[in-house]
Design a binder for this molecule. Structure first.
Ligand SMILES: Cc1cc2nc3c(=O)[nH]c(=O)nc-3n(C[C@H](O)[C@H](O)[C@H](O)COP(=O)(O)OP(=O)(O)OC[C@H]3O[C@@H](n4cnc5c(N)ncnc54)[C@H](O)[C@@H]3O)c2cc1C
Length: 523
């Protein structure tokens, strides 16, 4: 293990931490396994992408079990000139991996170590883990967690380097606020694979490569083979203090709404109530940072997974005032808007709040934006108009997702994730069962988005209300001049003032642009 800071190993073999870390016999890692179309595992691996809208036909899928194997696999693609993409959890919203032009997928499923690494005084998390695996191991092993996403099947590989947030982010911040170091296989100008360990330490020669992985997004600079996580402050060497402690239990409830009685006036009131509550209660010192809710405005479609018009809520149940906070939140949101049902809250184990491994879902398209304030009255009207004109749409929804709190205590340039005063994220979603209906669904969700952002060229240009978009919710439409008429390029919507620095990192560490996709940073 190269250890320390700024390590740059010419040979990837130098960097395996497994045996020393765990004090065990040195057993060889799994892999490499090259899975070609005649292998019975090919289809299983090819179909790992969660969005069945996209299909690739790679020549082979390379399962890798160590950093050295990743370096070899990458170098092979340089030699053969085949376009490569990396897959960890398969939850990409776009075709960055499942794309007919991608000829080789490097699949990280075998890289699943999670351990306290004394040499880094941080938690080592390999990219093949899903969020539920990370939550379970960190919690049971050390009573700590990372404030990551709500869907347990999301992979760590793409999630962390794209920012990462979830129900605990209002209390603990963004996942990248805990990124201490990253190990990346990059390709130099000569086409040689190099293994670099880049850390948060200011004097690390590879500090900028670490920084680029605090929100720059996957598929940009190289292949991440290891993440190390710990709090930014110096808290000593006790692993149980190196990451936040999740609440042992949560008080949860799901309020449902009924479209039948939902007049436009009632709908507007609901969205105003909800948005204004977040405006009032999203400061880092708010008693409500331990409360998170998601207003999901969807049509009812049996058999289409998450659908319907509802608001799941969770609050840290270890707070003595948990019930009061939950009730007050619900009361404020439903004020003047009769809900269909407000069930009695239930207390449940924190670990049970994250659904398990995700499989392949229906075809879908998601568009997104950040909100600094609630949607304006005109935007709410646009949401209502489109949500009540859904003829032939299987599933359509607008999700308003709680954000803010501790996330907003970090300087916009300190990490690559620049949105640091938003209070909500918005997703605009459609899903369909029959592939022949794709065009109709794309038209519907694009019109919804264009109408909401009609005053800013059809996209969430940073202003008083909006603050661009999140690269972990990539939307290639933002790079389409027909759909983004704002004059603000896609990369400024995602990265704002951090884009020039990301380009410098790209030029330094991936000068051949070996890793690229529709929204990758250009060298
Ligand atoms: C159902 C669902 C729920 C979600 N919920 C949340 C949420 O609550 N919070 C949130 O923040 N986000 C959420 N997301 C978004 C999620 O964080 C991103 O889609 C993330 O990039 C997925 O990572 P992955 O490894 O699963 O995906 P993949 O499809 O494997 O990868 C995504 C991108 O990262 C690249 N990549 C993957 N692994 C590596 C690696 N090791 N090195 C370099 N590049 C790599 C890929 O090439 C691709 O470009 C959700 C997505 C879905 C589909």
């Amino acid at each position: 293990m190269t250890g320390g800071t700024g390590a740059d190993a010419a040979s990837a073999g130098a960097s395996s931490t497994r045996p020393e870390l765990r004090g065990e016999r040195c057993l060889p890692p799994a892999g490499p396994v090259k899975v070609t179309p005649d292998d019975p595992r090919y289809l299983n691996l090819k179909l790992r992408g969660a969005n069945s809208r996209f299909n690739g036909e790679p020549d082979y899928i390379h399962l890798v079990g160590s950093t050295q194997q990743v370096a070899d696999a990458v170098e092979e693609t340089v030699r053969t000139g085949k376009r490569v993409a990396v897959r960890s959890g398969g939850h990409c919203f776009e075709d960055f991996v499942d794309n007919p032009d991608v000829k080789v997928i490097i699949d990280m499923s075998l890289l699943t170590e999670i351990a306290y690494d004394p040499s880094m005084n941080a938690f080592l998390i390999e990219p093949g883990n899903t969020l539920s695996e990370v939550y379970e191991k960190l919690y049971l092993g050390w009573n700590v967690t990372i404030p990551g996403g709500v869907c347990g099947g999301v992979g760590v590989g793409g999630h962390i380097c794209g920012g990462g947030y979830g129900p605990l982010s209002r209390q603990f911040g963004s996942v990248v606020d805990y990124l201490y170091a990253v190990e990346v296989v990059v390709v130099n100008k000569q086409g040689k694979a190099r293994v670099i360990v880049a850390t948060r330490e200011r004097d690390d020669p590879h500090h900028d490569l670490w920084w680029a992985h605090t929100g720059g997004g996957g598929g940009n600079f190289g292949v991440v083979t290891k993440y190390w996580m710990r709090v930014p402050e110096d808290v000593g060497r006790n692993p149980e203090r190196l990451l936040p402690k999740p609440p042992a239990t949560l008080l949860t409830s799901t309020v449902t709404f009924d479209w039948a009685g939902m007049t436009e006036a009632a709908f507007s009131r609901l969205l105003r109530n909800h948005g204004e509550w977040y405006e009032r209660n999203s400061g880092p010192d708010s008693p409500y940072t331990g409360l998170w809710s998601q207003l999901m405005i969807g049509n009812e479609v049996p058999g289409m997974g998450e659908s319907g018009f509802m608001m799941p809520i969770q609050v840290d149940a270890t707070r003595p005032d948990a019930r009061r906070l939950l009730d007050a939140h619900i009361e404020a949101v439903i004020d003047g808007v009769p809900p269909a049902e407000v069930p009695e809250p239930i207390e449940q184990r924190w670990l049970a709040s994250t659904p398990g491994r995700g499989g392949r879902g229906p075809a879908s398209k998601t568009k997104a934006g950040y909100l600094r304030k609630r949607l304006t009255d005109r935007q709410i009207q646009a949401v209502y108009e489109n949500m009540t004109h859904m003829d032939g749409i299987d599933y359509g929804a607008v999700w308003l997702i709680g954000y803010g709190g501790k996330v907003n205590t970090v300087d916009p340039a300190a990490t690559a994730l620049p949105q640091r005063d938003a209070i909500l994220k918005v997703n605009y979603i459609t899903g369909w069962a029959n592939p022949g209906n794709e065009a109709k669904h794309l038209t519907w969700v694009r019109k919804l988005y264009a109408d909401v952002y009609a005053e800013t060229g059809g996209v969430p240009v940073p202003n008083d209300v909006s603050d661009g978009a999140y690269i972990n919710y990539p939307d290639s439409d933002l790079a389409d001049p027909g759909l983004n008429t704002s004059g603000v390029p896609w990369h400024d919507l995602y990265y704002k003032g951090n884009h020039p620095r990301l380009r410098k990192v790209k030029a330094a560490y991936d000068p051949r642009n070996h890793f690229h996709h529709a929204l990758s940073i250009r060298p």
